[in-house]
Ligand binder design. Structure first.
Ligand SMILES: [Zn+2]
Length: 425
């Protein structure tokens, strides 16, 4: 088996069995070619042969049925080269759609996302914090029904629902073990969604969902070792190691927000003291700000105890002393945890995502300055901190990525469905 195959589709499949049969080989090659067209965009057959390392005859034999069933569509002719101009093949991203559902503390977002991660339409519904899972699933189902109606679609055009949620999630079983910030514990969320929506669902930890979306559509393309760090109501990571998303024995690998940073720190929702996320998650930074504002009349400026992270950022930019202290302290803790992450996983880069990163860019800058100043250690900490992709970094797109990947796997491993819901773009 060629190395290139492991490199491109390794996120779902490890090294193939040493004695892969002919049929197994064909399936894996099909998956490789589909993944190449899906993530790298339209290509000619010759191009695909070159990039996959497969022979032109093998590529042609695999692609022909996919073209006939309009899973791959012709998108013009190549302009270079002599002789007959080759067809450029594109993935038919609307051969099916996915529902991307992102659950946060007080809001559920639902989107129709195509198989290339493009959002066709989306909606969001707010609810009070600690709303029951059943209720949130109902709100998401209503959101999806609204989107279908608005776009004259029915449920048969939805290949599945991807659900992204912060917390300890076992995506193999679909169980939310603990989502402490939502107040949920041991919830079989996948079953709730499947019963309510009537399509298959996949529940994933938000950080891991983002890592997958970045790997197929964003800044993680063609990289085999990186960490996607989500900083919002808590801190969680999607860790990509050797091209695969780390899950661990219990399916909760990457829950770095509960790394102990300071035993004298405040108690975390998980029960331990001084976890990383009690120092630099969104609520932690706002708590710290409110505490410092108490009895600090002179230096408050425009800041109030209910200031948002956006207000904090604006005050920092204006040189407000309290804002500077709060941001710099959060950056200290952010870097402390990042050092642990870098020692543990040795990533090529760390992608920073989530509301804290988006609303408070000065925190990222302060963290970068600290990392840059760390010289003379046993290892260098010149691991780039980069911001999430504009597109793949959104919760709904991240949620849908698992369904888009599974769609390709099903095509490759189960064959082309008899009833293919081809939509006109
Ligand atoms: Zn904790």
């Amino acid at each position: 088996m060629k190395e290139v195959i492991r490199r491109r589709v390794g996120i779902e499949y490890g090294a193939p069995p040493l004695k892969a049969g002919k049929e197994e080989l064909r399936r894996r090659n099909t998956l490789l070619l589909l993944a190449l067209v899906q993530s790298d965009g339209p290509s000619s057959q010759a191009d695909l042969a070159r990039r996959s390392g497969l022979s032109p005859a093998t590529v042609s034999g695999i692609l022909q049925p996919l073209i006939e069933s309009r899973i791959l569509i012709e998108e013009g002719k190549s302009t270079s080269g002599l002789g007959r101009r080759a067809s450029i093949l594109a993935f038919n991203s609307r051969a099916n759609l996915t529902a991307g559902i992102s659950i946060d503390l007080e809001e559920v977002e639902v989107a129709l996302v195509d198989l290339s991660g493009r959002v066709l339409d989306q909606t969001a519904t707010r609810y009070p914090r600690y709303t029951e899972p059943n209720e949130v699933v109902t709100l998401a189902a209503e959101g999806l029904a609204l989107l279908e109606k608005r776009n004259s679609l029915d449920r048969s055009s939805i290949a599945g629902a991807g659900v992204a949620i912060p917390g300890l999630i076992n995506s193999a079983t679909g169980v939310v073990q603990v989502a402490s910030n939502l107040g949920w514990m041991n919830v079989q969320l996948r079953d709730l969604f499947e019963q309510r929506l009537g399509v298959s669902a996949r529940v994933e930890h938000l950080g891991r969902a983002k890592a997958r979306a970045e790997a197929i559509w964003g800044k993680g393309k063609n990289h085999r070792n990186f960490v996607c760090l989500e900083i919002g109501s808590g801190i969680g990571a999607g860790v990509v190691v050797h091209g695969r998303i780390l899950r661990g024995a219990g399916g909760i690998g990457g829950e770095v927000g509960h790394m102990p940073i300071d035993p004298a720190g405040p108690t975390c929702a998980c029960g331990f003291k001084g976890c990383w996320e009690v120092f630099c998650s969104g609520p932690a930074i706002r708590r710290n700000l409110a505490r410092r504002l108490e009895g600090a009349d002179d230096s408050r400026g425009a800041l109030s105890p209910i200031a948002t992270l956006g207000d904090l950022e604006a005050a920092y930019q204006q040189g407000n002393a309290i804002a500077v202290e709060v941001v710099e302290e959060a950056a200290d803790y952010l870097v402390r945890g990042l050092v642990g992450v870098i020692w543990s996983f040795d990533p090529e880069f760390v992608l920073l995502t989530g509301p804290v990163v988006n609303q408070c860019p000065s925190l990222v800058e302060a963290a970068k300055r600290r990392m840059g100043a760390m010289q003379g250690n046993a290892r260098s900490f010149d691991v780039p901190l980069i911001l999430e992709s504009h597109h793949a970094g959104t919760g709904v797109v991240a949620a849908s990525a698992a369904i888009a990947t599974r769609y390709l796997e099903e095509l490759a491993f189960n064959g082309i469905p008899k009833q293919n819901h081809v939509l006109t773009a």
